[in-house]
Write a protein that binds this ligand. Structure first.
Ligand code: ADP
Ligand code: 5GP
Length: 210
């Protein structure tokens, strides 16, 4: 387990649905880099196998609206006709403790997070599928969505991809392992930013009388 002595940040992952974002996020979490995932709240119905508090916290529309009104979300958006939101309290607390928190959110949410948190606290990565055809076959092979849902997600794919330039990094998810390595490298490099290692460096600098 890493020591969490440097400054924390949020790592935003966005991609068109089916690009492999959840798979990559899972691989990243398994690498033992000490990352945390933020579990979003959604009004979407659970997919088979999705458990409360793991993939999402599942709520009804009225509850979601109450939480918006109470300011509980760092960001929220409507995606494919459902609401999704990120808990402000969880993220703020974890980042303040020096943790890296992975957010799997869409471009609308990414914009809000960049606006609501200091720029230094946000690193964003756009995960790109190798092509539109790859995206379509991945959505089909996942086998969890009805045909009309897949159709809707394919129609939204170009809109999501059109925002790729708003992100700090682009990772093309052709080979899963290579894409996972690339994400891990981003985390490693971002942790070494001068602005984030100031605290652990203090003791070393003192030995040089600085
Ligand atoms: P997202 O979270 O972006 O909607 P998923 O992680 O659920 O996408 O991936 C969609 C499907 O594509 C899954 O069946 C997954 O196993 C598959 N997949 C993900 N990455 C790759 C890859 N690099 N090559 C081939 N298939 C992949
Ligand atoms: P899915 O229904 O496939 O789990 O997610 C659909 C889309 O919603 C994905 O693009 C995902 O990144 C996005 N999403 C999931 N959680 C959140 C969230 O909390 N906020 C925002 N803005 N988007 C989210």
């Amino acid at each position: 387990m890493m020591e969490h002595v440097g400054k924390g940040f949020v790592l935003i992952l966005s991609a068109p649905s089916g690009a492999g974002k959840s798979t990559l996020a899972r691989l990243l979490m398994e690498r033992g880099q000490g990352l945390l995932t933020s579990v979003s709240t959604t009004t979407r119905a659970p997919r088979p196998g999705e458990r409360e508090g793991e993939a999402y916290f599942f709520v009804d529309e009225a509850t979601f609206q109450e939480r918006i009104a109470a300011g509980e979300f760092l960001e929220w958006a409507q995606v494919f006709g459902n609401h999704y939101g990120t808990s402000r309290g969880f993220v703020a607390e974890a980042v303040n403790r020096g943790r890296v928190v992975v957010l799997d959110i869409d471009w609308q949410g990414a914009r809000q997070v960049r606006g609501n948190m200091g720029g230094e606290d946000v690193v964003s990565v756009f995960i790109m599928p190798p092509s539109r055809d790859h995206l379509c076959s991945r959505l089909q092979s996942r086998g969890q969505d009805a045909l009309e849902v897949i159709d809707r997600r394919m129609k939204a794919a170009s809109a999501e991809v059109s925002h790729w330039e708003e992100y700090d990094y682009t990772v093309i998810n052709d080979d899963l392992e290579r894409a996972g390595e690339a994400l891990a490298a981003i985390v490693t490099a971002e942790r070494l930013r001068r602005s984030r290692v100031a605290l652990p460096l203090r003791g070393i600098l003192e030995t040089f009388g600085l």
